[in-house]
Design a protein around this ligand. Sequence first.
Ligand code: ASP
Length: 311
Amino acid sequence: MLIIGSDGAFEALPPAMQMLKQGGSALDAVEAAIRIVESQRENHSVGIGGWPNLLGEVELDASIMDGRTRAVGAVGALRGYPHPISVARRVMERLPHVFVVGQGASDFAAEMGFAREEGPTDVAAREWIERIQANVPPEKLPALLQRREMAPWVSLARDPQRVAGTIDVIAIDGQGNIASGVSTSGWAWKYPGRLGDSPIIGAGNYCDNRYGAAACTGFGELAIRGATAHTVVLLMRMGMPLLEACQQALVDLPRPPGAEDESFMNIVAVDRQGNHCGVTNVAAWNKYFYMTPEMDEAMVGHRVFVEERNG
Ligand code: ASP
């Protein structure tokens, strides 16, 4: 049994490990751990406390994958519901689809009886107002708020202080089944409707009992272009050891001309033997958390820094 999570998972792993020890499934543990982080209003990159989009609306993305069957569920740009990971799981279990976004995701959450909670929090709303006032001239505000002219301001989303809080969790249960989940509010001040890698299976999240699992945080557009989580698992399938597969997936990230600066990416991953690792291409983002059954609290894992970059 094992549970690992990205930076931010420290408090979420012990209760989830307890579930695994009591015979709970990897899927249950992943969902439970991520719900804890989604409930932390002071976390501004996940759940209802998340930074809003350009219009001040909180739009949440999440995905969950069952490595036993490769069943998946995902939601994107979900508004009004604080636990996208649970809605994603319900998509997996109740619909013949794998991915539901926008109004459809909110409608489905309502239909499934999830409790509503409207963001942003006061703190996040204040920060949004300050950011908009500081950058958008007053005469341009009506066109922004009426959704007529949003693209000129999307450069605000490239705010290095407002990224990198997405939560990844991967668990292996007592049956040897692996599950992975990712949840995020995405980039602060993003273009409304923007989806990152977190809800996109193969980009920010991938899991297969036969080989292992991987999940990403960082610049989602990059992991989408690189199909990064799936690349890690595919490389393991081809016989590459876990750490090498993660390093290679980072080196391989495609950075088209003009996007060279938007290249930060982190991966956490496990193989089917229960080895785990983290890698990053940002030296400061050097930790993840892991927990095995004999531990009382989550331990820090040190991410391996990958300097080399393609493109
Ligand atoms: N990967 C997330 C996204 O692009 C952001 C993050 O990891 O903080 O939406």
